[in-house]
Design a protein around this ligand. Structure first.
Ligand code: HEM
Ligand SMILES: CC(C)=CCC/C(C)=C/CC/C(C)=C/COP(=O)(O)OP(=O)(O)O
Length: 311
């Protein structure tokens, strides 16, 4: 009898622990952080002709990952009043009170401190400072101020999310190189259509929570036009790595196909919209950025192998 009781209380405690762990993982926005880490890794690998020290790669990705996760946790903490009003976010751990504000604050503080220390001590101070600046840009400037102040919030705030390839680059070179900025500009141009497509789909949510996102302040048609214009800009900016000699023909081909399809979807959204198309554009944007950075990497590897041939 007693054994049964002990067992069932053990099972209960384990379940509680695993649901708490899930909550803490959720407030780090793990899928976003994973994509951020991919773009940082590609920045690292494109920075040098040879493969960087594996330990340096691990330290750098750990530090950038922890600081990005801390930024996401602060976003959950600062935004809980907005999050409770939106269908998409109302069940989030802080909005629901499963993780309290002070728990989220301590969690973000601890992982942020550890991430910063790893970057400062095991990578280099430049990368530590730039990553911390990105955290402040997203968690404080965007979340606390811009998000509530202007429909251009994500254009300006997007700079923080666009930094990871530069962070990867400085991790292994300890300097800011113009080629790294080409990769930053790619994500910077990608962010508005990525987010506005979702904001069109979730317009009612943002209107209810009184967040001045573009579809709320300027309407759906204007936002669709902006998605189309940024997609066209993305097509041009996507050529830069090839034009400036950072990438080769494989990248040119891959990026043209990916950016071309993005532009096609944005055109359809503007002139031939159908139910669910905005959400499709948002979903595709994630797949698009992931593939684009994989193509950058494959192209770089092929060029490196080719150039290392003795003849
Ligand atoms: C200020 C810039 C950005 C804004 C405003 C933004 C906004 C959003 C929003 C509102 C979502 C939906 C989240 C949800 O459904 O819970 C989302 C999803 C996502 N974003 Fe962004 N984003 C930005 C930058 C980025 C960056 C830089 C990356 C990666 C490099 C990224 C990658 C993703 C991914 C992977 C998802 C899907 C997450 C999931 O399904 O859980 N975003 N973004
Ligand atoms: C250190 C570093 C590189 C920091 C950048 C970190 C980071 C997590 C950027 C992600 C951007 C993002 C998901 C914004 C959505 O916020 P939102 O509040 O508009 O969306 P939500 O309503 O889904 O919370």
């Amino acid at each position: 009898m007693q054994i049964n009781h002990a067992l069932s209380s053990l099972v209960q405690q384990t379940e509680q622990l695993s649901s708490r762990t899930k909550d803490y993982i959720e407030i780090t926005k793990p899928k976003v952080v994973l994509l951020i880490l991919l773009t940082a890794l590609v920045g690292m690998l494109l920075a040098l002709p040879q493969f960087p020290e594996p330990l340096l790669i691990i330290a750098s990705l750990t530090g950038i990952g922890l600081l990005s996760s801390a930024a996401a946790a602060i976003n959950h903490l600062v935004d809980y009043r907005i999050d409770v009003q939106m269908a998409r976010t109302k069940n989030r751990p802080v909005a629901k009170g499963r993780v309290t504000q002070s728990q989220a604050f301590i969690f973000a503080g601890v992982i942020g401190f550890v991430g910063y220390a790893i970057l400062y001590l095991a990578v280099n101070p430049l990368t530590a400072h730039l990553t911390l600046a990105s955290l402040v840009g997203y968690a404080v400037v965007y979340t606390l101020y811009l998000k509530r102040a202007t429909p251009q919030n994500i254009v300006i705030g997007g700079l923080a999310g666009a930094m990871p390839p530069l962070l990867g680059w400085t991790s292994v070179t300890n300097q800011i190189d113009p080629n790294a900025l080409l990769l930053v500009i790619i994500i910077f141009t990608w962010t508005p259509p990525h987010f506005w497509a979702l904001a069109i789909h979730r317009q009612k949510d943002y209107a209810r929570a009184k967040v001045p996102m573009l579809p709320v302040t300027h309407g759906l048609e204007f936002t669709k036009t902006m998605v189309l214009l940024y997609s066209a800009l993305q097509m041009i900016v996507g050529l830069f790595p090839w034009l400036f000699g950072l990438s080769g023909v494989l990248y040119l081909l891959g990026s043209t196909i990916l950016n071309g399809y993005f532009l096609y979807l944005a055109w359809q959204l503007k002139f031939n919209d159908s139910t669910g198309l905005a959400f499709k554009v948002f979903k595709f944007s994630i797949f698009h950025l992931m593939l684009l950075f994989i193509v950058l990497l494959v192209d770089h590897s092929i060029i490196t192998i080719y150039e290392s041939q003795p003849y």
